[in-house]
Design a protein around this ligand. Structure first.
Ligand code: FES
Length: 99
């Protein structure tokens, strides 16, 4: 189980504990009323849901090598799934997302 912290402008917006692997960051954000834009419905084509992973990138499984989870590197929230059988905290900065 993971804890995901969404933040912007250096402020924590929401901390969500108990998240299971397989959940995408977009799915999780929308379920918490964090209104990331997703014009393509999560297909990875509109580039609206781009966020930065500030911490815990090792717990995110990008679907292709096109995506990265290095700290501070942008990822598509819809294509970034929590993965593994571990536990930890993922900090997601949504400053660059279209909201
Ligand atoms: S929702 Fe369109 S790229 Fe993620």
């Amino acid at each position: 189980m993971y804890t995901v912290v969404f933040k912007n402008n250096q402020h924590s917006l929401k901390t969500i504990p108990g998240i299971r692997p397989g959940t995408s960051l977009l799915e999780l954000a929308l379920s918490q009323d964090i209104d990331l834009t997703s014009l393509c419905g999560g297909n990875g084509t509109c580039k609206c849901c781009i966020v930065n992973i500030e911490q815990g990138g090792e717990f995110i499984a990008p679907p292709t090598l096109e995506f990265t989870t290095s700290p501070g590197e942008p990822v598509f929230a819809c294509q970034s799934l929590l993965s593994g059988n571990s536990s930890g905290t993922i900090v997601v900065n949504i400053d660059i997302a279209q909201i």
